[in-house]
Design a protein around this ligand. Sequence first.
Ligand SMILES: [Zn+2]
Length: 255
Amino acid sequence: MSELFLVPDWPAPANIKALITTRNGGVSEPPFDSFNLGLHVGDDEKAVNQNRSLLSEAAGGKIVSQWVRQVHDNHVINVHDELVEESTEADAIYTQRDNVACGVLTADCLSVLFTDVAGNEIAVAHAGWRGLASGVLQKTLEHFSAEPVSILAYLGPVIGPCHFEVGIDVRQAFQALDIKEIENQLPLLFQESETSGKWMADLYAIARIILASKGVLQVFGEPLCTYCEFDQFYSYRRDGQTGRFASVIWKESKG
Ligand SMILES: [Zn+2]
């Protein structure tokens, strides 16, 4: 049966913790059943807040959560002493603070978790095709003091090439990034669809290429398709009105 949380399997340092929620284990009613963490999707606010409390408990209760208003762009919030309002527009969160759970909410878009190998700095990015094409991963990496070779990344569940049909605009947006490896692998990253003039896009592979182009080669995660895995994840493409699951990362004090 379905798991309640995915714990990323990556060689992050011991003080770095991360969780990816599923749609299971919460209190929201259909079509948000049941562990919806998004306040902006039409679900009952009380249910969402109760789900958020369940997430904090699952994370050990000692953390505070930082959410932002995701707009499919490339702005990164650096959380210093104070949390920012959830209404702040951003698509990635970076911090060096202990016990701040940086979270993004998705239902098909990719989430990417980051940490340096020393466990001093962390980040999370919301990266759908628009975010990826506007450089959200590169902008997130710019906040790190650590060199790219000392940064680990973990890719969360994302709508897979089995289901992510896109038009020419999406393919062109990635060609415009002018990353050689994207150009080299274009026929693989965008396989021709059965629908004429459309392609099946592989965001997971594209993200790996973008990270590699910046020198981040330690990339983990398994490509789980949000659309296929209906027991586990929300999918906007599949369901339209639906919930959002979270990818969160936080650091504990090294003691
Ligand atoms: Zn699929």
